[in-house]
Write a protein that binds this ligand. Structure first.
Ligand code: NIG
Ligand code: FE
Length: 429
């Protein structure tokens, strides 16, 4: 006789495939284990409150939880909600003009040096109040949710003054209260040197260290601190000073590293014990080794490489073959990558890095969660984990990166145990 089950609020039933990601391999999923997606069929998943209570064979579970009003998903594919561990969603105006300029021959770096790029977004964010930022952000995060993403990391970084950075982070905190999607906040005051400090970068770095970081911590506005460590932005030495100050103040670390030039950003991430090193288009062989030794998760952003039309791709295949635990993210932002679609990112990752669909799925769920320090809480379908799951109108996993270009095949989104999106139009095949 089995013991009497605890009470379930909702029972999710499907013939499957179910991609539980619960393979038993250690977290994060590294190297060959990235191919283990825990595929099963004919399951049901019981939810109590915000958590997964139990997963088991369909018929057995239906008998065990007769009062949990089953949500029958037919033959839909069920998997954990996507976790997007690198986004810049707090901005005012979009930058479609710069997209056109790049396509007519100007480079991203040239546009930035001429005062466009991030500084363009900074000027425009400073014009609007916090309430306007909240309205924009709330609309944007609803789109993430519709595409099946249930957690995003969200950076500031288009304010670059004490007031405008606080305004951005307060907007994230406020919207996080109003939306089902979880937003994990990151302070990115070191995203660029703003116009008024171009002749005195040292003064701006001191402003970050002496005023911004303490204020962010005082108001509990961020979990992480990030730096754009790149040849034309912050040097390795400057980044180190900022990140060490952030860590002393109680923030955890992630880094934009070696995106366009190899400056030693990955090595710095290993040295300072970052959770992640992101971009890595120009990472050195030593950088790959150091990430592995230090257990830093490489977050690859193939949407950015695609949107900037860069020839040099991050060595994703080599990283996995070297035993690293790769994660994927959109890098959603108004300049270098304007997409919120994790399925699109999986497609690009399969093409750019010769990843399998299974590797890309691990990178977009469990490893992404681990890169945010949330691997024990989300990214898998397992008893005790947060009930964040999505259903897709797809026959199998391989179809997910194969059918590219933004058609939305996410039919149901369950976040913290509640059904928050249903999309009857999800019928791609
Ligand atoms: O991750 N690399 C730095 N920051 C963003 C780009 C921001 C922008 O162009 O507005 C990125 O690609
Ligand atoms: Fe970024």
């Amino acid at each position: 006789m089995t013991e009497a089950p605890a009470k379930a609020d909702l029972l999710i039933v499907s013939r499957g495939p179910w991609l539980t990601l619960d393979s038993g391999a250690p977290l994060p999923r590294a190297g060959a284990a990235m191919n283990e997606v825990g595929e099963r069929h004919d399951l049901a998943l019981a939810i109590a409150g915000e958590r997964i209570l139990e997963i088991g064979p369909r018929e057995e579970m239906l008998a065990r939880y007769p009062d949990a009003g089953p949500l029958d998903l037919g033959h839909r594919l069920v998997m954990p909600g996507f976790v997007d561990p690198h986004t810049h969603p707090v901005f005012n105006r979009t930058r479609e003009l710069e997209f056109e300029m790049r396509n007519q021959g100007r480079s991203y770096v040239d546009i930035a040096k001429a005062g466009g790029g991030i500084r363009n977004s900074v000027r425009s964010l400073r014009e609007v109040d916090q309430e306007t930022l909240e309205e924009q952000l709330e609309r944007r995060v609803a789109a993430f949710l519709r595409l099946g993403t249930t957690t995003i990391e969200a950076k500031s970084g288009y304010g670059l003054s004490l007031e405008a950075e606080l305004k951005s982070l307060r907007a994230i905190k406020e919207v996080a209260r109003r939306t089902p999607l979880d937003l994990v906040p990151t302070f990115l005051g070191a995203h660029e040197i703003p116009d008024e400090y171009r002749d005195d970068r040292e003064a701006y770095i001191r402003l970050i260290i002496e005023e911004m970081i303490p204020a962010v911590v005082r108001e509990d506005l961020a979990r992480f601190c990030d730096v754009f460590c790149e040849e034309h932005v912050f040097t390795v030495a400057e980044s180190r000073r900022i990140l060490e100050a952030a860590r002393r103040a109680g923030l955890e670390i992630r880094i934009h590293a070696d995106e366009i030039e190899s400056t030693g950003g990955a090595e710095l991430a290993a040295e300072v014990g970052a959770w992640s090193a992101d971009h890595l288009g120009a990472i050195s062989a030593a950088g790959i080794r150091r990430l592995g030794e230090a257990g830093v998760i490489p977050i690859l952003l193939p949407g950015t490489t695609f949107f900037l039309n860069l020839d040099r791709k991050a060595p994703g295949r080599k990283m996995i073959d070297s035993g690293l635990a790769v994660a994927l993210a959109t890098d959603y932002n108004p300049g270098s990558c304007h997409t919120r679609s994790m399925p699109m990112i999986m497609t690009l990752a399969c093409i750019h890095y010769a990843m399998t669909a299974a590797e890309a799925l691990s990178a977009a769920t469990v490893n992404a969660a681990c890169s945010l320090g949330l691997g024990q809480d989300r990214g898998l379908l397992k008893a005790g984990y947060r009930a964040d799951l999505i259903a897709l109108d797809l026959p199998d996993l391989r179809y997910l990166p194969y059918h590219f270009g933004g058609e939305n095949f996410v039919s149901h989104v369950i976040k913290n145990g509640r059904l928050v999106v249903t999309n009857d139009a999800a019928q791609p095949s």
